[in-house]
Design a protein. Sequence first.
Length: 574
Amino acid sequence: MSNAFDKASLVMLPHAYEEGKLYSLKPTDRSGDFTFSRGTDTATRVNEQGYIEKETANLLLQSNQFDTTWTTSNAGVTGGQSGYDGSSDAWLFENNQVASSASLAQSFSSSSVNVYSVYAKAGTTNWLNLRTEAAGKSVWFDLGNGVIGTEKASTISSSIESVGNGWYRLSIAFDSCTAVRFYVVDGNNSFAVTNGANVYIQDAQLNQGLVAQPYLETTTVPVYGGLTDNMPRLDYTDASCPSLLLEPSRTNFITYSEYLLDGWTDTGCTITKTNETNPSGNDISYFATAIDSDNADRIRYFGGTKNGDYYFSFFAKGDGNAHQIYLRGLGGSGAANMYWDVAADGTISFNSNDSDANGSPISENYGNGWYRIGFKQTFTGANAYSDIRPSRGDINSGIYVWGVQWEQGSYPTSYIPTYGSTQTRGGDVLGNSNNISGLFNDNKGTLYFETNNTIFKGETTNKNLFGLTESSSGNYFRFRGSNSNVLVQSIGFGSNISFNPSGATLTKYLYKWDGSTIKLFVDGVERGSVSQTATFNPNLFRIGFNFGFVSNTKQLLIFPTALSDAECIALTTL
């Protein structure tokens, strides 16, 4: 049907968006644009570069105004200095007294994994110390030679990166603090400083996670960037063209999803921090390997008492050796065991011959050797746990691990990062802000949408995807479904139509009413028809009711008239 876009009154192709808004191509007066809400900052998507994108943040206040919120001790700051970015936004930070230490600090209380960073350049001294209070995690940086000096109190990691012209970006990652602080010092592993010793600093930042994110300027409140609240998730997982990712609310019960040295127990395994680039494009992952040949070697996460279905998943990458990964879950009614084969070329595939077929396992390629693997566990009230056994007794092999998730449900949803506590992603809801009262007015209409995967996958009961409502009468159309049933309900103006997809992957759906008959077409086939018993001119539209569904919507078309059966078949044919 080559002229479908011309006939449609509303055309939504996921292509352009801003926070709280998804743009439609038609109508061109913007009345067809959709509002979008999610309400949490823990959602992720796969962006245009193929990396998992999160929300970014700078949690410090006055991040480059060091004479305001910041507290000085035996030190002074002077603005207007030449910066790393060609601006005059840098600051001279110097000791202005004969004292044993000179510092610049800002209070910030946190028990999460965070990164503290700043751009710095040597002045009369080469040395700058970054420190977090209470935990006393402290690192000395040599700005003259671009190297890290002494590290104290077991910081998670630290880095120094040249940005040109003698400037470096310094960072330390840590897991608790009451304040962050700079010290200008004379040398390594000491807080001693001579009167007048100075360095240049610019653009301080504090963000959650293990690596310093792109800098965000702040004034009196924290600033957020990246995939922020209420931003439509245009996801590039399956194609170069985006789809709109719509999911239910889920909670990741793993409290440290990326920092595997906290919250986990290990038996016969080692866990080592590495600089392997992870699926978010950052260079910190963890490598897990067995230290003996016992098949029980594992890292374990205890989840407390659990009931029902939970899905355990993580991102894994092989180390170039052929072996198996073994996952195990236990919680009341016996163990669920799963195996994945790791080939020498890095391919990770589910081994269906050696596992519990009821676990709904996955093995999804995320590029650069990384795969997301996982399985469903059913718990019955006992203390539940999940094991990762990285090499099934092969002491010569191991896996890189990143982004672990344990969520309640029978199927996995997109990654929810955590940094010290459980995190919940809100359900995605898409609604038309100006309603659609001008699109239908003659008791006829057609609605078409396309997805790039099976909607309602894994759901055992019917869940709602979207609906059209006629507010004057209360009549409405609702599209519902489950893993084994697709159901369209025409409440008040017709009967239901349902069919069993029988495991097929279905992508193109069309619903039409012409004043006398209601029909449903899916993938080029008419799936059912019923009599229309009343008028239906809807004026409200909404996608997403937070009732549990997964959909990657590729396009949505609304027609102000009933298309012919031939046009419906042509539009939905694969």
